[in-house]
Design a protein around this ligand. Sequence first.
Ligand SMILES: *Cc1c(COP(=O)(O)O)cnc(C)c1O
Length: 375
Amino acid sequence: MKIPIINSKRQYETIAQKAEAAVLEVMRSGSYILGANNKEFEQEICKYLDVKHAVTLNSGTDALHLALRALDIGEGDEVISTAFTFVATSESIGIVGAKPVFVDIDPDTFNIDAAKIEAAITPKTKAIIPVHLYGQPCDMDVIIDIAKRHNLFVIEDACQAIGAEYKGKKVGTIGDIGCFSFYPTKNLGTMGDGGLLTTNSQYIKDRVIALRNHGGAIRYHHDEIGVNSRLDEIQAAILRVKLPYVDSWNKARREHAAYYNELFSKCDLIETPKELDNTYCVYHQYTVKIPNRDKVHQMLAERGIGAMIYYPIPLHLQKVHEKYNFKKGMLPITENNTKLVLSLPMFAEITKEEQEEVARTLIECVKEVSSTVSV
Ligand SMILES: *Cc1c(COP(=O)(O)O)cnc(C)c1O
């Protein structure tokens, strides 16, 4: 049995009729960019998230970089974040000319260790970007408290965490700005690229509305250098079809995570993911820590199990940031985690039989390697 890490086709089958009808309607309407579907979707997602403003964009990366632009963060400024994330987080800091300052992670949650943020603050620090990695909320009370005391903005990278909650509030609505991605494999994914920025500030909303459309709120009046980051109507229409399903898909992911936990409870070589109290984790990824990870990963691939390493190289050691001369060993927990983590097949439609096959194979491989290789 071949089991991919995600099976987008299976989800498509559950919404095919509605999605195809919605796309056909857009094609026949003659309105293709920033039309009625964008407006409706912005309102629907505001209601879903319980936030005042939502601005659709072309990607999650644009949400992050336009968030920084809207807050006038750029050359000479520093932004605190994590190195254990997708490159888009620190890339967006680079796009605006600011410097990323990386803080180590909490080994249990994979998220930025809020207790270590304060030591990284300098007079140049302007913002903190916590990333709710794998769908797991960061410890937002601590982060917001630090930000308030030091007069910093908080931009939540919620690209992997739509629907996740921290103390009853949806992530992406707790800081000054929330950033979401609708890349096809995300928990709410469209059939192309798409992104969203959320805020309770009218000023930020107005700035981003202008920035996404060449820096002008009024057509052919340009106040600053903007970008073209408009979401097309076909993607917005698909997102409107899918949004009502997100909660049930996330609930299914949580049930699958609980089942994996149960299946792995008999193998103490496999460390299963932990959750913070008072949070609702949406398991964008189900990520375990195992010894001899690379060898096991290769064996799983040979046996048809589509596991993935998110992320094999931490961002401070990526060539893209070499000008900052970040040193190996600087973020020991992050660096250690990149050697241990393995994300397993996880999607709402995965079956119990498939999970059992994944678990049986993983346990078999981990034990086999551990008995032949010294850990
Ligand atoms: C996917 C992702 C992004 C970028 O989103 P795109 O829509 O692909 O640009 C940013 N941050 C994180 C954590 C992501 O997972």
